[in-house]
Design a protein around this ligand. Sequence first.
Ligand code: 2M8
Length: 421
Amino acid sequence: MSHSDLDKQARSILIENDQGGYTIPTRGLYPYQWNWDSVFVALGFSTFDQDRAWQEIEMLFEGQWRDGMVPHILFRKDDPSYFPGPSVWGTDGGAIPSSGHSQPPVAASVVNSLVENDRTGRAPEHAAALLPKLMAWHRWYLSYRDPDKLGVIAVIHPWESGRDNLPDWDEALRAVEVRDIEPYERKDTSHVDPAMRPHKEDYDRYLSIVAACRKVGWDPAKVAQTCPFFVADPGVTFIFLRACRDLLALAERLEAQDEAREIRTWIARMEKGTRVLWNSTVKAHVALDERTGRQTDGVSSASFLALYAGLRDADILSALQAHFDRIAARVRYMMPSYDPDHRSYEPLRYWRGPVWAMINYMIAKGFAEAGDEARAERLRADTADLIETSGFAEYFSPETGAGAGGGSFSWTSAIWLAWAS
Ligand code: 2M8
């Protein structure tokens, strides 16, 4: 298929997945508005309809909780094709029924980029209305996902990381006691091959965490104290740090002095904090279980986001370049979500190996900004090849390039339009 046919197809996927102002990731498997999916979708829309891009983000923020949190799923209407739906979550934090935790905060970064690339003249107005909401969300992260002020962001659920069954969560998840869950029927395995999805033992624990948080009424301070899962995540930490820098650029552009001053203190705290995620044996940033103090031992695609987060230490750059080249010698398509040399790597099982287009976009941005155009271009070219060969799949095998998971996928289409094509 030619580039212009793929462009056309990508646009029509976004339009078909549009539910009237917000976009679902794919039909059947994910029938609601997901947080970071929507934000990447806005980036895709912005290539051909900037007003629609703003609307996507504004509709996401309609679901913001009173405490500042922006949920990972908004259940605008009940859809039996997804489990767990609103009744399992039992939340009451905002105006729209939702899940009870968040997802990687890419919004400030995309809002800043919509402002930079504005062709309508209306961006400053949209951005000014979103600024206090973004500030509230970022404050929420610092208060409740870094209550001890370590300068790293923890996730209270693998789903909050956006990288659901990453090997980094295995040990912490095993420690979660399976309790307080009703008999349930999964829906994901009826849409896609069960061999590629998380195991039942994982789902039992995912639901046990939800039950534990529901018990404390999703009160964020109580969740931080009592949640059986509390793991500092290099993915969310680096995305948050990057988002803080982009929020600062936005605040400065809007001449919001007080906000800019506050954000600078966040950046200083995070820049220092990320050191606790550095594993000197592995030579990469890894996850840290805050309940046990144990670090994980694998390089994940999030380790490469240190550059995207703006960490400019020469040792970090050269360690990541070495990992990149080692991994590139093992697989055909970069960047696998987990190290192919690690014992837990699985090329097609969800977040234990496969390639995701939007992660490649962020990693490449980091390499390019660190002056490494060659590795940035390798990521773009691989992403384009994957889409040209296997279409707009949810994710891809790093070994064969086969597409897997849901089809006609929104964020893959958006990333094609905004970057890979
Ligand atoms: C996947 O996560 C959902 C739960 O949130 C699931 O597996 O049911 C992840 O890839 C997540 O990052 C993504 O936002 C979501 C929708 O694409 O699917």
